[in-house]
Design a protein around this ligand. Structure first.
Ligand code: JB8
Length: 267
């Protein structure tokens, strides 16, 4: 896969040289290029923004500069990704779809964003165009959102992760539940023991214990995920009993046993 990122702050994307995304590049599975939007300006001051037509706060990125850049970088098979807080939510499912594409181009805006005609034009020209938000909060520009999306996509490129099982088993994968708690040695740490079933070597009991903890955690903080899984027929009678018991404890003001008692909570 090829990825181009266009930004007025290309140094923001230096983190892509590290870790997993860097390894993907070394292995040849991924080729990331970061480019400076100002290279496509034509005036002496290398202007990329102008005042919002109709009035309002801040500045808007000029469509002509973005047009110059994108005409150069986009190819027939490219997908244009525009990070914006007003886009569709970037999910694991969207990451998986983007991971199938041969070329991604991230257009990172700043200020109040990019003139709306840019997305409109490339969509009308037949370029697959995705305006995407990484969550309901506001950043100062698209660079950090692009980093998040690129990391989520890069680890899904076939042949990327050392252990492919770690991809299918994790949160927001097939199971539709939050991940169960994980532990490593020592068995006792600061007076807290690893739960006994995990030390038993009884694989069916371990699987059941992990599913129960995942169900409890999901019921407590992501009832939306639990409802979606139920609608897909993904909850057994045993699962439903565990969820009912967890809901009972939560309504009584309790916390799941693995979260411990008497601690300080943010909320
Ligand atoms: C200007 O919050 B965000 C985000 C914020 C932005 C731009 C892009 C994305 C461009 N502000 O994800």
């Amino acid at each position: 896969m090829k990825i181009d990122v266009i930004s007025i702050f290309p140094a923001y994307l230096d983190a892509l040289k590290l870790s997993l995304v860097g390894k993907a590049q070394e292995s040849g599975l991924l080729d990331v290029n970061v480019r400076d939007l100002r290279d496509w300006t034509t005036d002496r001051h290398r202007t990329v923004d102008d005042t919002p037509t109709g009035g309002g706060a801040g500045m808007v990125m000029k469509p002509d500069v973005w047009g110059n850049a994108l005409d150069d970088v986009l190819q027939r098979e490219s997908t244009l990704v525009i990070p914006t807080p007003s886009g569709e939510v970037f999910t694991q499912a969207l990451a998986a779809r983007l991971a199938q594409r041969p070329h991604l181009v991230f257009a990172c805006g700043r200020y109040e964003g990019i003139d709306a005609r840019v997305a409109q034009h490339y969509r009308a020209a037949g370029i697959a165009t995705v305006e995407a938000s990484i969550g309901d909060y506001v950043l100062n520009g698209g660079e950090v959102a692009a980093l998040v999306m690129i990391e989520a996509v890069a680890r899904l490129i076939p042949g990327m992760v050392g252990n492919p099982e770690s991809l299918v088993e994790e949160s927001h994968g097939e199971a539709g539940l939050l991940e169960y708690p994980v532990y490593t040695k020592p068995v006792s740490w600061r007076g807290i023991e690893i739960p006994a079933p995990l030390l038993s070597g009884h694989h069916a009991n371990i699987a059941r214990w992990r599913r129960d903890r995942a169900l409890e955690k999901t019921a407590a903080i992501r009832p939306d995920m639990l409802a979606a899984l139920r609608d897909r027929g993904g909850l057994s009678q045993t699962d439903e009993a565990v969820v009912r018991a967890a809901d009972e404890v939560l309504r009584a003001g309790g916390v799941p046993a693995t979260e411990g008692e008497g601690g300080a909570d943010f909320s």
